[in-house]
Design a protein around this ligand. Structure first.
Ligand SMILES: [Zn+2]
Length: 211
């Protein structure tokens, strides 16, 4: 049973990797993806383009980070993924990418907040900014820890973006929405600014959708 689930997870990671690469959410070998199956984590290997992943080359780790199988080492950022699984028992997937507009906001030290669109108010009203940490060190998981319980996404200062959730598809789609929101905010800023929805309409939307 678990073998079947692991195989499905491997295929799904490759599919999402391809989508991320095609949508330019990552460049070159950047980014990493993981899926939790019971007490195991399927993770993209280091140094491989997300557009050309092969199911058999994905690493499988324990929740403690110990390699269970895989010819290539897992991503050096896997500690960030393991921290999410440690702090959020409902998380089953983590996606890390360097989308252009989200990364621009992260470099400028700005979190994302959008009160202009109903969809964003319901699904992603605020994306906090985790403070800069040197890649591959434990400072990276430490920087995201304060946000894991209350959010499904954060920016990584001078680095990129991270999303997590109950399944891989919703976690990937959160990355798409995050980048869409970052691009929208950037383009509105560059063209004279946008208008927030009125407070009473925001309250109505939150009431209606229970968010
Ligand atoms: Zn990165």
């Amino acid at each position: 049973m678990r073998t079947t689930e692991l195989e499905s997870a491997r295929l799904a990671v490759c599919e999402v990797g391809r989508a991320m690469w095609e949508r330019r959410l990552v460049a070159a070998n950047d980014g990493n993806i993981s899926v939790r199956v019971d007490d195991l984590v399927v993770c993209t290997p280091t140094g491989v383009s997300k557009g050309f992943l092969v199911p058999g080359e994905l690493a499988v780790l324990g929740l403690d980070g110990e390699l269970v199988s895989g010819d290539l080492p897992p991503s050096s950022e896997v500690k960030m993924h393991l921290r999410v699984y440690e702090l959020d028992d409902t998380a089953r997937a983590v996606v890390h990418a360097h989308p252009l507009f989200a990364t621009m906001a992260a470099v400028q030290g700005r979190e994302l907040e959008c009160r202009m669109l109903p969809e964003t108010i319901v699904t992603m009203p605020r994306v906090p900014l985790a403070p800069y940490a040197t890649p591959s060190t434990t400072a990276v998981p430490d920087s995201i820890s304060p946000f894991v319980a209350d959010y499904r996404a954060c920016l990584l200062e001078n680095h990129g973006a991270l999303t997590w959730g109950p399944d891989l598809m919703s976690t990937y789609l959160a990355m798409e929405r995050l980048e869409y929101t970052a691009e929208l905010l950037w383009r509105l800023d560059a063209s004279g600014g946008g208008r927030d929805l009125p407070d009473d309409e925001i309250a109505r939307i939150r009431d209606l959708f229970g968010c």
